[in-house]
Design a protein around this ligand. Structure first.
Ligand SMILES: C[C@H](N)C(=O)N[C@@H](CCCCN)C(=O)O
Length: 561
């Protein structure tokens, strides 16, 4: 390559800096999507927002996407390009964040209906920007990493999103303290900051476009340079939305199965994560606040012991998965697994008090689900690249999903709860790692943009229904709990207690057994049905792939004979 024809993306340092700058938008939007999750109870005690209304706030976040916002956003992205579309939809998400924050502070009125209306409007605006931001970021990564480390860049970008989710679940209650608004203000500030990072990115984008233009203008576009300079045109053709393409996709059996699998699978995961901290507190007796070690012991040695076993199994699974990549020879592999597990078991023993405190806290434990996927997704992604078996791995993921939701709904054992969370984390790594590259096998490259946009749209139908549905069913099957908490809240407020004091008092009364907990059995059992549908669809996908020959079971780059 002619040295003078080098452009910004040829520098690894600039490429990775760009990835961090644009991935900050993923981090912040995923954070904002999930930060309400550990606040379910506080919303009720601080703002009087019950579980059905909580479900409405979360569910309506996706409403614009259910009615074609992602398709519209994709068309706008084609017309305006990455820079303007990123600013417009990142700005929309930020505006939604600001309105949500103002509503939680009582800026639009202190009464429950004004707060609720403000929260809903804010979340709808945020949600309208969220998914298009995800498409803009994906397209930006393709622009900078095509021909380089594209798959790794995508996995790391997804990791930024998962880190956002994990942190949101783990720390928002600590940020909130006794009122909801500080957590909302913090989450909205993060989106604002990430938009500033995106603005910084724009300087790189403008500069690279100028370089490409200059190369073209100088008429040096030959051979290898042509590929580089052709980036823009190539991507425009790749990502264009065409309604005729939608029709073609809708008649492809394999695409239908994978799109429906995307709906069924993600419906049982993203909405579950929103309720996981509250489920762990209400069903398994986890805490919302970080308890001291004495309380952890009182929580029960069974739970404490199971949580530590959970950590050791997690590390065992991790080392078994990781080691084959780095060591050859069975005995060397076994020995290194033993050493790693042994060392970690000692470390776990030494820090057992702190770890025990964390692993009986609902939000902190629930945050391990997205956190674990940051490590597992690239591992499974590389397995799919090298060995294939994508359809079979989706079947396995669906099976783990069923186990997870069964152990978290019908059983009452903390040990099974930890195992359920672990298998949910593995499923949440397996299925995305196998699903997204499979779409690229089923759909021609020039239809991928349309394929992702239509998949995200139908996915949002499921998400909207289940975000709201879990809260609504929880409300429906727990009328006495809703009434008892609401009456207690009214009476404590009438006695002159502040909303923070009311929240504390209600928690205390629940701990003492004077106020009941929510029963989550039916809302989570409903998600088992999603797992059963997922497994059926994954089998159908494997069958359809055999007929249509996309090679989903083959390693990356191999085609069936
Ligand atoms: C929420 C979003 N619609 C979604 O499905 N995100 C996926 C990642 C999609 C990556 C596509 N290149 C996720 O698992 O977070």
């Amino acid at each position: 390559m002619n040295k003078s024809n080098k452009i910004l993306k040829d520098s690894a340092a600039v490429r990775w800096l760009v990835l961090v700058l644009v991935s900050s938008l993923m981090f912040a939007t995923y954070y904002f999507q999930d930060f309400f999750s550990p606040l379910r109870e506080l919303m009720e005690t601080d703002l009087g927002i019950n579980s059905e209304e909580f479900g409405r706030v979360i569910g309506l976040t996706t409403i614009a996407n259910m009615f074609g916002m992602i398709i519209i956003g994709g068309i706008i992205l084609d017309k305006w390009g990455i820079r303007l579309a990123g600013l417009a939809f990142g700005g929309l998400a930020t505006l939604g964040g600001i309105i949500t924050a103002l509503a939680s502070m009582g800026y639009f009125g202190d009464d429950k209906s004004s707060v609720l209306a403000g929260l809903i409007v804010g979340r709808i605006l945020f949600g309208s920007g969220l998914e298009v931001v995800c498409v803009v970021v994906t397209r930006t990564i393709v622009k900078w990493f095509k021909g380089y480390e594209l798959a790794l860049a995508m996995a790391i970008n997804m990791g930024f999103g998962r880190l956002g989710s994990a942190l949101a679940i783990a720390i928002s209650l600590d940020i909130a303290g006794v009122t909801v608004s500080p957590a909302v203000v913090f989450a909205a500030t993060l989106i604002g900051l990430s938009l500033i990072f995106f603005v910084v990115y724009l300087f790189f984008d403008i500069k690279m476009d100028k370089q490409i233009k200059a190369i073209k203008a100088a008429g040096q576009v030959k051979g290898e340079e042509a590929i580089i300079a052709g980036v823009e045109q190539e991507e425009e053709a790749d990502e264009d939305f065409k309604f005729s393409d939608l029709i073609k996709l809708a008649t492809n059996k394999s695409f239908i199965y994978i799109a429906l699998l995307c709906v069924a699978f993600y419906s049982a995961v993203f909405p579950f994560i929103q309720y996981a901290p509250d489920l762990l507190v209400n069903k398994f007796g986890f805490s919302y606040v970080l308890p001291d070690s004495a309380t952890v012991v009182a929580f029960g040695s069974e739970a404490l012991g199971s949580s530590l076993v959970f950590v050791v199994i997690f590390i065992f699974a991790l080392s078994v998965t990781l080691i084959p990549n780095s060591l050859k020879g069975k005995s060397a592999k076994r020995l290194s697994v033993l050493i790693i597990v042994g060392v970690f078991a000692v470390v776990v023993y030494l820090v057992r008090d702190t770890l025990g405190v964390w692993l009986v806290n609902g939000p902190k434990t629930a945050s391990l689900i997205p956190l674990g996927t940051i490590i597992f997704t690239p591992i499974f992604g590389s397995y799919v690249d090298k060995k294939g078996k994508a359809a079979s791995l989706m079947i396995l993921g669906a099976l783990l999903l069923i186990f997870a939701h069964l152990s978290l709904s019908v059983f009452q054992s903390p040990f099974l709860a930890y195992m359920g969370l672990l298998s949910l984390g593995i499923a949440f790594s397996l299925v995305p790692a196998a699903m997204w590259p499979s779409v690229a096998k089923i759909v021609a490259e020039n239809r991928l943009g349309t394929a992702y946009a239509s998949m995200f749209t139908v996915q949002n139908w499921g998400l909207g229904a289940f975000f709201w549905g879990i809260g609504a069913l929880l409300y429906k099957v727990n009328p006495q709990v809703v009434q008892a908490i609401s009456e207690m809240r009214e009476s404590l407020l009438a006695q002159g207690l502040t909303s923070g004091e009311v929240a504390d008092k209600i928690k205390l009364l629940q701990l003492e057994g004077s106020l009941p907990y929510y029963d989550y059995t039916w809302p989570i059992l409903m998600l088992v049905a999603c797992g059963v549908i997922s497994i059926f669809l994954a089998f159908k996908l494997k069958q359809a792939d055999k007929e249509q020959g996309y090679g989903l079971e083959l390693p990356s780059g191999q085609k069936p004979e």
